[in-house]
Design a protein around this ligand. Sequence first.
Ligand code: SAH
Length: 209
Amino acid sequence: MTSLRTRHRLIRRLREQGISDPQVLSVMEQIPRHIFVEEALAHRSYEDIALPIGHGQTISQPYIVARMTELLIADGVPHTVLEIGTGCGYQTAVLVALGCQVYSIERIRPLQLEAIERLNTLHFDRVNFRYADGAVGWPERAPFDAIITTAAPSQVPQALVNELAVGGRMVIPLGLDEQQLCLIRRTTTGIEQQMFDAVIFVPMLSGIR
Ligand code: SAH
């Protein structure tokens, strides 16, 4: 159920759905997604679905992880990436496997601690973690070449735009009831915004828990 063959099948399905970036497909083929979910759900971990990870949160559907990552690295793999919403750490692992220096913020402490332990066990151990409300970003470490949020605010937090390097990309789900993936590019003169797939994400909440 959690074998390499099941993982290959998932990658084949992602390809059929239009994911074409060889680096994204290759790292997702390598990362054992079943380690990121509860044991009781491990047998469903290579289906293309979101799954609960506790505390009312979910691990994103593999297609969405692939799609967001593809958009994030379309101009080349960014050196530094700020991630808002560590959750179980699966997206974090994808970014580390691509070679990014990841700064990851989570507002639910138990989820963060589990993710740190899991990522260390899997030797994805070059990540910088912060327990905070990610809407303000991580100004001490800014600017970032890329920013990805895996929780949806209703509008792009201005602090995150400010922390994006010129030439950098941000991929963020936006909206309350109806959400869409949004790609923001910071140029020398301002920002460019493009909308993509309709998505369903947990909301970006303020404060820590
Ligand atoms: N990429 C994660 C997604 C988890 S769901 C995964 O695949 O597991 C979204 C996560 O964003 C949750 O863990 C939630 O606690 C976190 N989150 C929501 N609002 C946040 C905020 N303002 N700052 C930091 N994390 C936040």
